[in-house]
Ligand binder design. Sequence first.
Ligand SMILES: CC(C)(COP(=O)(O)OP(=O)(O)OC[C@H]1O[C@@H](n2cnc3c(N)ncnc32)[C@H](O)[C@@H]1OP(=O)(O)O)[C@@H](O)C(=O)NCCC(=O)NCCS
Length: 179
Amino acid sequence: MTNATLTHRLAQRDDLDALKALMDAAISENLKAFLDADKIASSRAIMGLDTQLIDDGTYFIVQADGQMAGCGGWSRRATMYGGDQTPGRSAALLDPTKDAARIRAMYTHPQHTRKGIGRLIILLCEEAAKAEGFTKVELVATLSGEPLYRACGFEAYEKFVDERGGTAVPLLRMRKTLT
Ligand SMILES: CC(C)(COP(=O)(O)OP(=O)(O)OC[C@H]1O[C@@H](n2cnc3c(N)ncnc32)[C@H](O)[C@@H]1OP(=O)(O)O)[C@@H](O)C(=O)NCCC(=O)NCCS
């Protein structure tokens, strides 16, 4: 099998339908190895598309041989995780001299996992956050995301559960200092 050629660009509002389909497939398939069906159903309440990231110009799409294969982004705003439908979001701007930029909403289409797409998006996010003066990044990881973030140098510092979708979903706070 030849390696796919990966290219990237910023997401735009025109991409919304394709992004939703990609995220839906990633949640349905990629979480199966980590969570049972009830927890996957519950995860949908706290995962998914955050259009603020697209409007902020901080959300990337990676294409494999020209086809949308993964997405993910970063944020200079306070919300830690969740989609447009998730309660408790805050658009407050972070202070790069004190706060950690957020890594947000990482999804790879199940047909394109383990090709380095997640790793590429993390790199793009870190470079963009550094360019705005941030010296650290943090995120809330699903169990599916944890191996990627560890491979990218993040360390875990707090476990918790989110029950807002009905069944408790295990999550992990992780952080990294940018060098
Ligand atoms: C998390 C996710 C985005 C990873 O995307 P990906 O494009 O497959 O990740 P990469 O190919 O860049 O993986 C880089 C490294 O991370 C680690 N890794 C990634 N997925 C892994 C898995 N399922 N099991 C073990 N290690 C994994 C490996 O070290 C991998 O390197 P390797 O393939 O050379 O061994 C994808 O699995 C996904 O869509 N999950 C469902 C949605 C989700 O939970 N997102 C996270 C929200 S916090």
